[in-house]
Design a protein around this ligand. Structure first.
Ligand code: SAM
Length: 287
């Protein structure tokens, strides 16, 4: 069965009396080489477990199952579960769970797999919920090897932007704290059914574990500083932090910025994650 073939996809959907559900961001991949390339990019180790979010009719899951030791797939749409039994039934290494990833205790679900070998995430993510899913994965602090996701191209530009560029934002800095993100390739909208309005890009995030490049005195202060710096994007750093950190007085903020060697009138988007770490430490004061 060729799950990338448009006719086959439509046949399967009608066989199970299903329509593509917009509210779940259902745009299914129909380009074999793209599906293979995503699966290859993720499965680069022996004895891997892959967590897939949103298997759809199983197109990517099929290729992951051929490459990884195990695949655990979370699908929110109950209607797709019999389809996945039909398309993936021949694999003994795929576990499909009918669950919303946002409501899933990933720690409890994945603990047994982390004990067995490397675990990575691979997904063609639904656009409507890309950032919350990504933040959930990062904040779970689970030791994923990589998070390889297909997302809207503009979001990929933002996540992988360099400090000082127009796409750089709070989410870029926060992501850079957790891992190194790079764009792998872009996929035109017409390679999906139904075709979305925008192109997609596959990115790979290699998470830092013990070797984190930035170790702030307080993570909470680091994230507050980043949020404040981007809260008022057109403001100078001093004004943005003054507005976003009401518990600190302007003089303290000014001194901290200068102590880090920055001009208080620069904009927050000039700072990379190393700069934000130093600044948040300085804002905390002490030694
Ligand atoms: N992996 C398939 C592919 O590449 O063709 C489908 C990708 S489609 C863009 C997104 C999938 O995520 C859909 O199957 C959708 O039902 C599922 N989904 C949407 N929200 C979800 C959630 N919160 N938890 C789990 N799955 C979700």
């Amino acid at each position: 069965m060729n799950l990338c073939d448009l006719k086959t996809v439509r046949q399967i959907m009608s066989m199970f009396n299903l329509t593509f559900r917009k509210e779940f961001g259902q745009n299914f991949l129909t380009e074999r080489t793209v599906v293979e390339d995503i699966a290859d990019s993720c499965c680069d180790k022996e004895n891997m477990t892959v967590l897939e979010i949103g298997p759809g009719i199983g197109t990517l899951t099929y290729e992951l199952a051929l490459r990884a030791e195990r695949v655990v797939a979370l699908e929110i749409d109950r209607g797709l579960i019999p389809v996945l039994q039909y398309t993936l039934g021949s694999f003994g290494n795929v576990k499909v769970i009918n669950q919303d990833v946002m409501q899933t205790d990933l720690d409890a679900l994945l603990a047994p797999y982390f004990a067995q070998g490397p675990v990575s995430v691979c997904a063609n993510l639904p656009y409507y919920i890309t950032t919350p899913i990504l933040m959930k994965l990062l904040e779970s602090r689970l030791p994923f090897e990589t998070i390889n996701i297909m997302i809207q191209a503009e979001v990929a530009d933002r996540l992988c932007a360099k400090a000082g560029s127009k796409d750089y934002g709070a989410i870029t800095a926060v992501l850079a704290y957790y891992g190194h993100a790079e764009k792998l390739f872009t996929v035109p909208a017409d390679r999906f059914v139904p075709a979305p309005k925008v192109n997609s890009t596959v990115i790979s995030i290699r998470l830092y574990h013990d070797e984190k490049p930035c170790v702030p005195k307080s993570e909470e202060m680091l994230f507050r500083t980043i949020k404040a710096a981007f809260g008022q994007r057109r403001k100078t750093l001093i004004n943005a932090l003054d507005a976003g950190l009401p518990d600190l007085d302007r003089q303290t903020i000014d001194s901290a910025i200068r102590a880090c060697g920055f001009d208080p009138t620069i904009r927050g988007e000039r700072l990379d994650i190393h700069d934000f770490t130093r600044l948040s430490d300085a804002l905390l004061g002490g030694d």
